[in-house]
Design a protein around this ligand. Structure first.
Ligand SMILES: [Zn+2]
Length: 336
């Protein structure tokens, strides 16, 4: 317990609170800018069991904000979850930490979150958040939403039966290409660290049964240092809260990527049709790679990959042989 002595001194924690944390189990979904900071904080704070799931490998442009990684992880192309757990075990060898290198899908999410007390959202896309929302409501597990882009970010504790759910807030999956991602709008490391620190602190409060845990949507912009707390109402027509329909969890084949036979190419079909035009998408993408509009399709090259995007959002991802990488590139550049 010595290693936690400074935390035990905090009035709300104490010896009994620390024991509670050591018996707690959490799942961190995503191990990027938010996930590395959340995992780092929770490992040091002595949460007894932490599972980290992520589908990507460490890349050079991650190092600006993904706090557990270094240049050696980039050179060795190590999966983020593995690189994070390797580092975290050196920080605290007395707790259990587990890495899962996979895409979170309707098929595996319930198994991934089995027996955990809280799920922390550190993903970069709406599809996974809506899935977390469904699975957490089904199993009555609190989850902590977090998102950051450019200089602003937001977080909220989503508690089944108490607060509004994520579908009450966003309604439905946005159309592909209609939202910005960190890969199109950029992100400052101060906002990701701040949002992730709030998330890990709220997790500790919830695990301790603290009634003061945040139930509002906290929205922060570091450009003008504005902090807003918004009360989110449950929606009368929410399919999840009102009708108990798990629409994202039940879509077991949700936009399943298809590997095209004999070629280094995977096809992605979005669940909803993309509403922005290919010209609009080109404007967004040409800031970060080569984008050319060919009348009926958009060709976009970045690093060693090429995406061919059709009207409506269907895309071929060239230069990849596995579905997970293709899905991740799609989420990164087109969004959702
Ligand atoms: Zn709802």
């Amino acid at each position: 317990m010595d290693r936690y002595s400074r935390q035990i001194l905090v009035a709300k924690i104490g010896e009994s609170g620390q024991q509670k944390l050591l018996r707690s189990k959490v799942l961190v979904v995503g191990c990027g800018a938010l996930g590395t900071v959340i995992a780092n904080n929770l490992v040091r704070a002595g949460i007894g069991y932490i599972k980290i799931v992520d589908r990507d490998c460490v890349e050079l442009d991650n190092l600006q904000r993904q706090m557990l990684f270094d240049e050696e992880d980039v050179e060795k192309v190590i999966p983020k979850a593995v690189a994070a757990v390797n580092k975290l075990r050196k920080i605290n060898s007395s707790i259990e930490i587990e890495a899962e290198v996979k895409d979170v899908t309707p098929k595996n999410i319930e198994e991934l979150m089995r027996d955990v007390d809280i799920v922390l959202d550190a993903t970069d896309n709406f599809e996974t958040r809506l899935l977390i929302n469904d699975a957490c409501f089904k199993h009555n597990t609190p989850w902590i939403y977090g998102a950051a882009i450019s200089s602003y970010g937001m977080t909220m504790n989503i508690i089944p039966g108490e607060t509004a759910c994520f579908r009450c807030i966003v309604s439905d999956l946005p159309a592909p290409g209609s939202t910005h991602t960190c890969d199109t709008a950029g992100v400052l490391n101060a906002i990701t660290s701040l949002i992730a620190s709030l998330q890990s602190n709220e997790a500790i409060k919830l695990l301790l049964g603290d009634k003061d845990a945040n139930q509002k949507l906290l929205v922060i912009d570091l450009m003008d240092n504005s902090f807003e707390k918004l009360r989110m109402k449950k929606r009368d027509d929410c399919p999840l809260c009102r009708d108990g329909k798990f629409e994202y969890l039940d879509k077991k084949g949700l936009s399943e990527p298809i590997k095209l036979c004999g070629r280094e190419m995977v096809q992605i079909t979005p669940q909803r049709e993309m509403e922005v035009s290919l010209e609009q998408l080109k404007e967004k993408l040409e800031r970060i790679g080569d984008a050319s509009y060919m009348g009926y399709l958009l060709k976009f090259s970045v690093d060693k990959y090429e995406l061919i995007i059709f009207l409506g959002g269907r895309a071929f991802v060239k230069g990849v042989s596995d579905k997970e990488t293709a899905r991740s590139l799609y989420a990164k550049y087109i969004g959702v």
